[in-house]
Design a protein around this ligand. Structure first.
Ligand SMILES: Nc1nc2c(c(=O)[nH]1)N[C@H]1C(S)=C(S)[C@@H](COP(=O)(O)O)O[C@H]1N2
Ligand SMILES: [Mo]
Length: 416
């Protein structure tokens, strides 16, 4: 029986009259494992006790300069000037969680199940994925569908992302297409369904925080990865360790983290946050504030053409009139053809130098030398145009949930 033990290990009578509220054997073992040592007076601990060593657990451990929008679930974005690198370092990749990351994110024993309408249902370890399929590394853009929501008027509820719910890290993994082909996609399949190991905020084990999918045609393209590395290292705990999907150019919600299952279906997937108004926009232009019925919403697919100025930082005070302006531009499933800049509030525009994407699904970098004519306050505005000739709008195309805001980015600076 689990009698109270003194530090010397001898049995001693409990001093607490209400023993049911004490931690007990299994809980104490788990806590010891957490702190990495035996806890000599552990028998005195009450249920729900959090060791001081973890009470202040740094949710943003390994992150650099991110702005936290919420801690339960954890959501954090990156200020644009910290997104200046062509490849986004893991420390600067935004975090968007709908639930609670799983406790155990070890690759040992982790499996991915591929089932539903496939000829050969499979459950594979991460090592088996690496052995059976070609391993590739690609720079891929993940942008949250709600990036830019903070600028909606009337406001849209949800995380108030400004500019920084976007990143382009290098992801290493196997192609989803190769895995699905090995599983044998049956003729009736129209949609994927993704499941991960994170917990619903309620901790109800029967509820998933999020389970989205994509049309099978998208899943079978070359640049959708089942990734196990980000920027040459195992995936960070908050980014879906040890295995995640990366579906570049589509709403970030398609890129299931802590991936455990891909299920092929003959209907549009109806998992958590696939239905109602989640990650959906009206099927027609609507007036700001207009009420829209659920049945008039459609599922968001590719993300629209967009650009971000990453240097200088907005609010900079500059001593030298020659300024290098830098940033990135992207358009889901398309390339960006040009990025134009204006320093006179959009009266005139001039082209920036624009690089080709390093691979499909990566963002493109732009730069321009700008010579400001005299001391004073300036704004730099950027607008990208994609391979279909679509240009970023000046004003927000309002929708009830605050998605797909691709209005032009502007920064303010002062020349001394
Ligand atoms: N399992 C799981 N996958 C998830 C989420 C989540 O909450 N749980 N959030 C999604 C959303 S909405 C986005 S925008 C991206 C964010 O990826 P990141 O946190 O690595 O930047 O992950 C997606 N994948
Ligand atoms: Mo998202």
């Amino acid at each position: 029986m689990s009698a109270t033990r003194t530090p010397t290990g001898t049995s001693a009578p409990s001093l607490d009259t209400d023993r049911r509220r004490l931690l007990g054997g299994a809980g104490l073992t788990a806590l010891s494992a957490m702190v990495g040592a035996a806890i000599p007076f552990g028998a005195n601990l009450r249920r729900g006790f959090v060791p001081a060593a973890f009470a202040q657990e740094d949710l943003l451990a390994g992150k650099d300069g991110l702005v936290m929008l919420g801690d339960r679930p954890l959501n954090a974005e990156t200020p644009p000037y910290l997104l200046d690198d062509p490849i986004t370092p893991t420390s600067r990749h935004f975090i968007r969680n709908n639930g609670l990351p799983p406790e155990n994110t070890s690759p040992d024993g982790w499996t991915l199940t591929v089932d539903g309408l496939v000829d050969n249902p499979m459950t594979l370890s991460i090592d088996e994925l690496k052995e059976r399929f070609e391993v590739v590394t690609m720079a891929l853009v993940i942008e949250c569908g709600g990036n830019g929501r903070a600028f909606f008027e009337p406001p849209a509820s949800g995380n108030q992302w400004t500019y920084g719910a976007v990143g382009c890290s290098e992801w290493t993994g196997v192609r989803l297409r190769d895995v699905l082909e090995a599983a044998g996609v049956q003729p009736g399949v129209i949609y994927t369904a993704h499941e991960g190991a994170d917990e619903h905020l309620s901790r109800d084990p029967d509820k998933l925080p999020i389970s989205r999918g994509v049309p099978i045609e998208k899943a079978l393209t070359d640049d959708v990865l089942i990734a196990f590395e980000q920027n040459g290292a195992p995936i960070h705990r908050q980014h879906g360790a040890p295995l995640r999907l990366v579906v570049p150019g589509w709403p970030g919600s398609c890129s299931q983290k802590w991936l455990t299952r891909i299920w092929l279906r003959d209907v549009v997937h109806d998992g958590a946050k696939m239905t109602g108004q989640s990650y959906r926009v009206p099927n027609r232009p609507v007036a700001p504030g207009e009420e829209v019925a659920d049945e008039d919403f459609v599922i968001m697919e590719r993300m629209p053409v967009k650009s971000l100025i990453t240097a200088p930082a907005t609010g900079s005070e500059l001593a030298n009139p020659d300024v290098e302006v830098r940033g990135h531009a992207w358009s889901g499933d398309r390339t960006v053809e040009r990025v134009d800049l204006s320093i006179d509030f959009g009266a005139t525009w001039f082209p920036a130098e624009l690089s080709a994407p390093i691979n499909d699904g990566a963002w493109q970098n732009f730069r321009a030398e700008v010579d400001f004519p005299m001391a004073g306050y300036y704004e730099v505005w950027a607008r990208a145009t994609d391979s279909d000739g679509v240009m970023q709008p000046f004003a927000i195309d309002w929708n009830p949930k605050g998605y797909l805001n691709n209005t032009m980015h502007r920064i303010g600076l002062r020349l001394l």
